[in-house]
Structures are given as structure tokens and as C-alpha cells.
Design a protein around this ligand. Structure first.
Ligand SMILES: Cc1ncc(COP(=O)(O)O)c(C=O)c1O
Length: 412
């Protein structure tokens, strides 16, 4: 081994920096005995945490309207309904995406259409052109693990065809693209405050938009069809009441998410700088390429992706890094939608609700591994190395030393 063994650094983002700020705000909610966002014992004044979170959130990313909701999954379902997506509609998304990206589409009765990723691990914009049909109502863009998708091309091609752009920013709050935060490029965007995310409240989410109609519909969907004075003061009511769900964010989660939101910019700068530092050391290694980043200046950098030319090298590479106390996964909790059980069965909770019910035999083309050669290839060859909020410059330098040493041993 070339470098002396260092202790394993603690991974994690928001969860790793929970401290006095979160404690103070959550305690404030408890002491006031007001854990519900819309009212406390006296109905006046409105409890402050979710309202303040929404205000700071829209200021931080630079958008007009923000609505706290109970999870990132809930945020996707709310966004689908806000856009009015339902039976007969198609929504394009990458095959390499989180469970909820697919299920939120099926839950509103629409049909998910799976697309290939490219070397950025995000949607290949050419796929939007290939897969768009007259029934396509939206494209769901996952900004995967701190790297923005190529939004210039995607928004242009989608809007040219009258297709909504939904940005799923669940994993990547704080990430920019061409100088502007993700979540400000499309028509509507969703975020998550689940435990593994950049900012966490255990569970929680956010829907953002610049469109007044989408905002009102998102509020109604999230709160049993209601549109309370708090929201009407932001956007006057225009939409007819319709049946909603219950996706409200509690004041406890709102307080924690608020404290965490205030730490995002610091984490972005920290991880971004360390990522750049490691990347600068890894140029020109034979048989090893880095994830393509459409706008490197905006990348969060909390996960470094290495593609190995030879898939057989992935397991030994990972094991050797692990033996040196370098955190490294061959997977990141995501695997292709076509390998998930719910795609293999094609079922919804009621047979009539499945958009695939009339497609026989099932799984049909477009929902099988053999239909996604690029996704299969790319995801069989990468390693993901976290760069956490608590990592130091020495940890980053050691990570680069170890990658170079292991590359020599495995790929040399
Ligand atoms: C891309 C993406 N979308 C949506 C979600 C769902 O968020 P939540 O876990 O808050 O429901 C996640 C969570 O991992 C995600 O990674």
C-alpha cells in the first residue's frame, strides 16, 4: 500500500451535521405545542416553521412558489396531479431512477415510458425526441446524485412539443446548472428531506413552481382539496375545488428542514471543492473515465463516479478501496426500473388502474433489460465514492491517492 492507512471518514450530508440549530427550532415547536402547520390551539397566529421554510426555500433556489409536503414521493404525486396528468397520458423518465419516479406516474393512472441514461447518469436528451408521442404530457427529469441534467436541450425539446418538464431534485438540492439552481428550469420541481438527502427532516418534501395555476392545484391536492387563506394570500384562488389527498408537512419536520436548509450552501461549497480536488488528480488513467457533468461548475460533488472499462474490474476495485478505508459502493440504492418487481408484474393495487393492463404479453418491449443496452452497460461499470459534509481535504487527497494506487493494481 502506498499511503498510510487513514481512519474511515464519516459519510453523509445533512444528517451528519445535525446540531444545535435543528435542536433549537424543533424545541421551539414543542414548547409552543404547535406541531400542525395550519393552526395551533388558538388558531392565531399561524405557526411559523413551514411558512418560513417555504419562504427561505423559494429565495434559496430562486423561484416564486414553494409548498412543503410530507415526502419526496408525495411531492411527485402532488406535482403529477397539479399538471393534471392521468389515464391515457404518458410520462418519460429514465430507466435508471428511484422507485417513486415510476410509481408516482402509475399512481395517477398514467403510463411511465422508460428512457436510456447517458454518461452523465441522467437522461440522454436524444431519448426525449425518440420517445415523445402525441400522448406524452411530461418528462420527469431526475438530477441524479448532485449533477444537473442537460436542461437547455431538454427544456427546449420538451416545450417545443408542449410537454411539461418536471424536475425531480430529491437527491440534489443546491445543485446548479449554468449559474441557476436546479428546480428553476422546468415547469414544476420536487425535493425530498428523507434521511439520506442533502437536507433532512427524517421525512419531508417540497414542490416548487413559477406557475400560479400549478401552485394552486398542488396546494389543493396536498390538503384534501382545500385552499386556505394562507395560500390565497400568495396566489388568489381560481381553480375549482377537486378531490385531493393529504400530503401536509408538519411543523416539526418543517423546523428541522429549515435548520438544514440554512446549511446547504456551506455543504455545496465544501463537497464541490473536494470533488474538484479529487477529479483534478484522476485525469488520464487508462481504462477509467469519470462521470460526464454537463455543467461542472454547478455540480454538488457529494458523490464521485468512476466508470471502469472492464466490468470485471469493479468488484476488486471496490474491495481494494474498502480495505484502505475509502467508502465506496458499486450501487447507490438505485437499480433500473425494469428490474423492479412492480415492473415485472406490471400491476397497480387494482387491475383496472394499471396502465399496462391491456399490453400482452407482459413485460413488453421498453420494459425489459434487453431494451436498455446503454443503461445496462453504464450501470454495470461504475463505482460511487461519497464525499460527505464531514470529509476533510486530507480525506480527499487520500481518496485520490488510493484510487490511483488501486487503478495501478487492478487495471494496470
Ligand atoms: C430521485 C428521487 N425521487 C424521489 C424520491 C422520494 O423521496 P422520499 O424518500 O422523500 O419519498 C427519492 C428518494 O430517494 C429520490 O431519490
Amino acid at each position: 500500500m502506498s499511503a498510510a492507512l487513514r481512519p474511515r471518514p464519516t459519510p453523509g450530508l445533512g444528517a451528519a451535521v445535525i446540531g444545535a440549530e435543528e435542536e433549537a427550532l424543533v424545541l421551539d415547536v414543542l414548547r409552543r405545542k404547535e406541531p400542525f402547520r395550519y393552526y395551533g390551539a388558538t388558531f392565531k397566529p399561524t405557526p411559523p416553521m413551514v411558512v418560513q421554510l417555504e419562504k427561505e426555500f423559494r429565495e434559496y433556489i430562486g423561484t416564486d412558489y414553494a409548498l412543503g409536503v410530507s415526502s419526496g414521493t408525495g411531492a411527485l404525486e402532488v406535482a403529477m396531479a397539479a399538471m393534471g396528468i392521468g389515464p391515457g397520458d404518458e410520462v418519460i423518465l429514465t430507466a435508471w431512477s428511484w422507485v417513486a419516479c415510476f410509481t408516482a406516474i402509475v399512481r395517477v393512472g398514467a403510463k411511465p415510458v422508460l428512457a436510456e441514461i447517458d454518461e452523465s447518469l441522467n437522461l440522454d436528451p436524444a431519448e426525449l425526441i425518440r420517445l415523445a408521442t402525441p400522448r406524452t404530457r411530461a418528462v420527469l427529469i431526475v438530477h441524479y446524485q448532485g449533477v444537473a441534467a442537460d436542461m437547455d436541450r431538454i427544456v427546449l425539446e420538451a416545450h417545443r412539443r408542449g410537454i411539461y418538464v418536471l424536475e425531480d431534485c430529491a437527491q440534489s438540492l443546491g445543485t446548479r446548472y449554468r449559474g441557476r439552481q436546479i428546480g428553476t428550469w422546468g415547469d414544476i420541481a420536487t425535493f425530498s428531506f428523507q434521511y439520506n438527502k442533502v437536507a433532512t427532516s427524517g421525512e419531508g418534501g417540497m414542490v416548487t413552481t413559477r406557475d400560479q395555476r400549478l401552485y394552486e392545484r398542488a396546494v389543493r391536492l396536498s390538503d384534501l382539496g382545500n385552499y386556505r387563506p394562507q395560500h390565497a394570500a400568495i396566489v388568489p384562488a381560481h381553480e375549482p375545488a377537486f378531490v385531493g389527498g393529504q400530503y401536509r408537512l408538519s411543523e416539526l419536520a418543517g423546523a428541522m428542514a429549515l435548520a438544514q436548509l440554512r446549511k446547504v450552501e456551506g455543504m455545496w461549497q465544501h463537497c464541490h471543492d473536494l470533488h474538484q480536488r479529487v477529479v483534478a488528480r484522476l485525469q488520464g488513467l487508462q481504462g477509467l473515465t469519470l462521470r460526464q457533468i454537463p455543467d461542472p461548475a454547478g455540480a454538488f460533488g457529494f458523490e464521485l463516479y468512476l466508470f471502469l472499462k472492464n466490468p470485471a474490474h469493479v468488484a476488486p476495485f471496490r474491495e481494494k478501496l474498502d480495505a484502505r478505508n475509502v467508502n465506496c459502493g458499486a450501487r447507490t440504492g438505485t437499480y433500473p426500473q425494469y428490474n423492479r418487481d412492480y415492473v415485472k408484474t406490471g400491476l397497480a393495487h387494482h387491475p383496472a388502474l394499471s396502465p399496462f393492463r391491456d399490453i400482452k404479453p407482459w413485460p413488453a418491449p421498453g420494459y425489459r433489460a434487453e431494451d436498455f443496452p446503454r443503461t445496462e452497460d453504464l450501470t454495470s461499470r461504475f463505482l460511487a465514492l461519497p464525499i460527505g459534509a464531514l470529509y476533510t481535504t486530507e480525506d480527499a487527497d487520500y481518496m485520490a491517492d488510493c484510487i490511483i494506487a488501486v487503478h495501478g493494481e487492478v487495471c494496470g
